[in-house]
Ligand binder design. Structure first.
Ligand code: HSE
Length: 324
């Protein structure tokens, strides 16, 4: 039986979660893939950190070419985060004939066209389910079971940090700064939360959703984006008095003339809308298709194991294609 060999770029939180998920569910993953699946090389400088997993030290390398040029490696999983060097590494992997899986929304949204073109030119598969909604199987569903639709609209709560902050402000009546500090202490918010609270992370995810749903790539820099830093207890109360809840929404809608209207902004969502009850760090994506009508996807949008679940789902799909 063939073994699908994987080169993993980055053994941080998400890389460790992916490694753990593969160890924890190896039998299920290999049964679904129809083959053995093994992470054989890991690009990571910090080889001594205690991650709660036993990684043979000879898997580690600090030279990315030891992965890209290794003829045995079939799939490269990129979990470095950040636009560079992640984008260049993904392109190099593709140019060397490797299939690529990534969870890196910033790199994918910044370089979407180049990554898709390079994958296509090199006849390799590029999958990035974990980049939007973490463990929620949204991208594969939009491009798979739902692809018979013309999509009309998407409204997504796609950032867990801001949803956690807004939920605490709404439910506990706390102010923004107090909740942000609490979220950082609990590890829900990054030490530098700018990309989350300014809506940049949600704009990256909306860029990817629009590319797949409307076949229209819009650079995240061109998406009108407002974060949540100006939301006060008073804004929350004003929304409550209208029977609404404030949520940070990544929104895109097809207009009658075919144009697409898009933005990321805090919005007052009527309390009888399903998105109003999505709380804490959970994500949800509400999609309208012209045949299916309204559908909503809900789950954990971040975290090592949910993200590892989505990354390995992509690995399984690619493994099945390799074996065909
Ligand atoms: N910082 C992101 C969030 C992580 O809070 O949702 C997942 O993309």
């Amino acid at each position: 039986m063939k073994t699908i060999k994987i080169g993993l770029l980055g053994l941080g939180n998400i890389g460790t979660g992916t490694y753990k998920t593969l160890e924890m569910n190896k039998a299920e993953i290999e049964k679904a893939a129809g083959t053995r699946v093994e992470i054989t090389r890991i690009l990571e400088k910090d080889i001594n950190r205690d991650r709660g997993i036993a990684v043979p030290v000879d898997k580690f390398t600090s030279d990315p070419d030891e992965i890209f040029k290794d003829p045995e490696i079939d799939i490269v999983i990129e979990l470095l985060g950040g636009i560079e060097p992640a984008s260049t590494f993904m392109l190099s992997a593709m140019e060397n004939g490797k299939h690529v899986v990534s969870a890196n929304k910033a790199a994918i949204a910044a370089n979407y066209d180049k990554l898709m073109e390079t994958a296509s030119r090199n006849n390799v598969i590029f999958r990035f389910e974990a980049s939007v909604g973490g463990g929620i199987p949204i991208l594969g569903t939009l491009t798979g079971p739902l692809c018979a639709n013309k999509f009309e609209e998407v409204m997504g709560i796609v950032n867990g940090t801001t949803n956690y902050i807004l939920t605490k402000m709404t439910v506990e009546g706390l102010d923004y700064d107090t909740v942000l500090k609490d979220a950082q202490a609990k590890g829900f918010a990054e030490a530098d939360p700018t990309a989350d609270v300014e809506g940049i992370d949600a704009a990256n995810k909306l860029s990817i959703l629009m590319a797949l749903m409307f076949d229209k790539y819009v650079s995240p820099d061109s998406i009108p984006t407002t974060g949540i830093t100006h939301i006060t207890k008073e804004s929350i109360e004003a929304a409550r008095s209208k029977d609404c809840t404030i949520k940070l929404i990544a929104h895109a809608r097809k207009l009658e003339n075919g144009d697409i209207d898009y933005k990321v902004a805090p919005m007052e969502i009527a309390n009888d809308h399903p998105l109003a009850s999505i709380n804490n760090e959970f994500n949800a994506v509400f999609v309208t298709g012209n045949a299916v009508g309204d559908v909503m996807f809900y789950g954990k949008g971040a975290g090592p194991l949910p993200t590892g679940s989505a990354v390995l789902g992509d690995v399984i799909e690619i493994s099945k294609a390799i074996l065909k």
